[in-house]
Design a binder for this molecule. Structure first.
Ligand SMILES: NC(=O)c1ccc[n+]([C@@H]2O[C@H](COP(=O)([O-])OP(=O)(O)OC[C@H]3O[C@@H](n4cnc5c(N)ncnc54)[C@H](O)[C@@H]3O)[C@@H](O)[C@H]2O)c1
Ligand SMILES: O=C(O)C(=O)C[C@@H](O)[C@H](O)[C@H](O)COP(=O)(O)O
Ligand SMILES: [Zn+2]
Length: 361
């Protein structure tokens, strides 16, 4: 068992990481304040893990909302299902929502918790690698809009995070790989020794060796917790967690939510961000080569889709939430583990990097 605390003063919370955390309510039941609980999950995760969770909550009044599965359903219309159930079952401000699922469920449940009766408590039980290492931690919640990723949302921190590694036993390979993109991201942006550890252990990690997985989830969450504790609402440094995302979100939006998984789009996006850093002569090309190799060994794409053109890419990137005074701000690297947020990359250089990666002129 590896525990962490995200230090946010009175909104601090623990992150429990181990196999079978769910089966240890002595660790986490105290984070449910009242009797009312609403579990938010989806049609894939419910048959796998809902009964086991409910069995741990026999002293509570529990209802559930089973959402349709997929990024394409991460929108305002789906969110209404959560509000409808909460109101139909007379949930009041003392209720606790529990997100049981991947990042899509977590982001939607968290946003519902932020909005319902102006804010109720919630717990994250992430069931994908990506949600264990990233989306369940840090309090970014929200939904997509047809014109852009995560465009409607709120910062709302959970009461605790339970990363039960045994849930990963049923996770499909492609989804496991997608999670590895965000794991590798931490090495690139702020933890060079972790990147080197990943290079040395990638084969064992892809075999889902329990000890290696526990270490990778722990070090990812520890890195994210430090960044978020420093800058909860992304006034500055937190933006480094967005490495590759300005490119990646453009890919997800252009391809239709769900065709490229978030982690896959982030992988291709990180390669573009590193290529741009090399093009600007801020980064040694050896780091780009090593990053590409690690992402490939994790089963991830390292080039953007071949059906987008440069203008479409740049237009979608222009809607990024980091845009300030009409200027793109991108996360770039100056070294391994050293990220900066910069508006210095000229648009013609960005366009050249996109063309070099095979995006149509
Ligand atoms: N809030 C944040 O800070 C943050 C960070 C990173 C990503 N995100 C968001 O997270 C989302 C991506 O999350 P994701 O990669 O978890 O995708 P996801 O939630 O769509 O889950 C991936 C797939 O795996 C299935 N699944 C989940 N757990 C499973 C299990 N244990 N066994 C078998 N199948 C399982 C899901 O039903 C789904 O089909 C995106 O919407 C992204 O924008 C948010
Ligand atoms: O927690 C953060 O901050 C991140 O940026 C983590 C990202 O991996 C995640 O995809 C996040 O949802 C992106 O946020 P957005 O503000 O660019 O929508
Ligand atoms: Zn992400």
């Amino acid at each position: 068992m590896k525990n962490l605390e995200l230090d946010l003063g009175e909104r601090s919370y623990p992150i429990f990481i181990a196999r079978d955390v769910l089966g240890q309510p002595n660790l986490w039941a105290q984070y449910i304040a009242g009797r009312q609980v609403c579990i938010v999950t989806n049609s894939t995760v419910a048959p796998l893990y809902l009964a086991a969770l409910k069995a741990q909550l026999s002293d509570k009044s529990v209802c559930e909302v089973v959402l349709p599965d997929g990024e394409a359903h991460k929108n305002l219309a789906t969110l209404e299902q959560i509000f409808d159930t909460l109101l139909e079952k007379n949930h009041n401000r003392g209720t606790t929502l529990i997100a049981l699922g991947g990042g899509v469920v977590g982001d939607m449940c968290g946003f519902a918790a932020a909005c319902y009766q102006r804010g109720v408590q919630f717990i994250q039980i992430p069931s994908t690698l990506l949600s264990m290492v990233d989306s369940s931690v840090g309090g970014k919640t929200g939904v997509n809009h047809p014109l852009g990723k995560n465009m409607i949302g709120a910062f709302h921190q959970p009461n605790c995070v339970l990363a039960d590694l045994s849930l990963l036993d049923t996770l499909p390979e492609r989804e496991f790989s997608a999670g590895m993109a965000e794991v590798i991201k931490y090495g690139l942006i702020c933890d060079a020794p972790f990147f080197e550890w990943l290079e040395a252990n990638i084969a064992g990690l892809m075999r889902r060796d329990t000890d290696l997985l526990e270490e990778a989830v722990y070090r990812s969450c520890a890195n994210k917790a430090l960044v978020v504790a420093e800058d909860e609402r992304e006034g500055g440094r937190r933006a480094i967690l967005n490495l590759g995302h300005t490119f990646g979100h453009a890919i997800e939006t252009a391809e239709g939510y769900g065709n490229w998984l978030h982690g896959e789009a982030v992988s291709a996006g990180m390669v573009l961000a590193l290529s741009l850093s090399v093009e600007l002569e801020w980064l040694n090309s050896e780091i780009l080569t090593r990053a590409k190799s690690l992402l490939q060994q994790a089963g991830l794409p390292v080039a953007p889709p071949n059906n987008m053109d440069v203008d479409q890419f740049l237009q979608l990137m222009g809607r990024d939430k980091k845009v300030l005074d009409g200027r793109l701000r991108l996360v770039l690297l100056t070294g391994l583990g050293e990220a900066v947020v910069s508006s210095q990359a000229p648009e013609d250089v960005i366009a050249q990097v996109l063309r070099d990666a095979g995006v149509r002129a």
